[in-house]
Design a protein around this ligand. Structure first.
Ligand SMILES: [Zn+2]
Length: 306
């Protein structure tokens, strides 16, 4: 799961309109930011983000609940043969983390290329979050959005080549894979799954939802109908994903659906406040003049009311 977050700025005359809707959730203090000597409570510990290095100057943070998620995922599986355990340890751990990190770095690097900034990348149980910001417009935002899922193509190819090379000369068409080849194939499938899920599911704030927003804006849609379409499409998809997760017993999918559903409800609720949607991160990538233009009532509507 991946999402890019950008921060829209207010335009003159509406200096406080964006205040009720901060683009980023409040960030828990890093360990070095806490006051010394005071033991933190368990809820505080579970909301912390820990630094895990930098890549190209971009801080990488790991959410405190991520190790707990991995442990739960590992222990809750009914399969305990050696190959399954090894697969969960490797593909469900470092491979998954590395894959998601590459995805988010794709967004971050592309954002810098279009003149934006990349503040940090957070790895958490539902995937990754790239905190980026630019105001280069819809077309550039589509490039930034696609750059994340696009990283899965070369990654999948590398895993395919490794699987073919390691399967004792049989390639990947041979059914009896050795353990390393099996892990490579599972890693390739993971990349293809993340590519499709992020790119082709038009649920905001997933990449597919961001592409839907950009596509509607480029077709001349105003902010409010665009947000309404994206919000309701996301709500319906979240409900579908939740049902699928319950039927399939996939707890992670239920959480993902809940996160998408909450984001959809946030958008739908903002539409009830006149003008508030213009300051949603959904439109943070639009230049100021473009946002002012798209926030105005449609010309046909104006003619109809005269
Ligand atoms: Zn993404």
């Amino acid at each position: 799961m991946s999402v890019a977050v950008s921060t829209p700025q207010p335009w003159p005359g509406q200096p406080d309109a964006h205040q009720p809707y901060p683009a980023e959730p409040p960030r828990a203090p890093l360990p070095q930011e806490t006051a010394g000597g005071t033991p933190a409570s368990l809820p505080e510990l579970l909301t912390r983000e820990y630094p895990a290095g930098t890549v190209r100057g971009i801080p990488i943070l790991v959410h405190a609940t991520l190790p707990l998620f991995f442990a739960a995922q590992f222990l809750c599986s009914p399969h305990w043969d050696a190959a399954s355990v090894l697969s969960r340890l490797v593909v469900g751990g470092p491979v998954l983390l590395g894959t998601v990190l590459c995805h988010e770095l794709g967004h971050a690097v592309a954002c810098r290329r279009v003149g934006g900034t990349a503040q940090r990348i957070l790895l958490w149980p539902l995937g990754g979050l790239a905190y980026i910001a630019h105001d280069a417009g819809e077309r550039s935002d589509m490039l930034v959005t696609i750059a994340g899922p696009a990283t899965h193509v070369p990654q999948a190819l590398v895993w395919l080549v490794l699987a073919a090379a390691s399967n004792e000369g049989h390639g990947v068409s041979h059914g009896a894979y050795n353990t390393f080849a099996l892990i490579c194939l599972q890693s390739m499938r993971l990349n293809l799954l993340l590519l499709c899920f992020n790119l082709f599911l038009p649920a905001y704030p997933l990449d597919g939802g961001r592409l839907l927003v950009d596509a509607l804006l480029l077709r001349g849609w105003r902010m409010e109908p665009t947000a309404r379409a994206a919000g309701w499409a996301s709500a319906v998809l979240a409900a579908g994903l939740a049902c699928w997760g319950v039927v399939a017993g996939n707890v992670l999918m239920v959480f993902v659906a809940a996160w998408i559903g909450k984001s959809a409800l946030d958008v739908i609720n903002k539409l009830k406040v006149p003008g508030a949607i213009a300051f949603d991160p959904m439109f943070g990538h639009l230049p100021l003049a473009r946002r002012q233009e798209l926030a105005q009532p449609d010309k046909q509507q104006m003619l109809g009311t005269v």
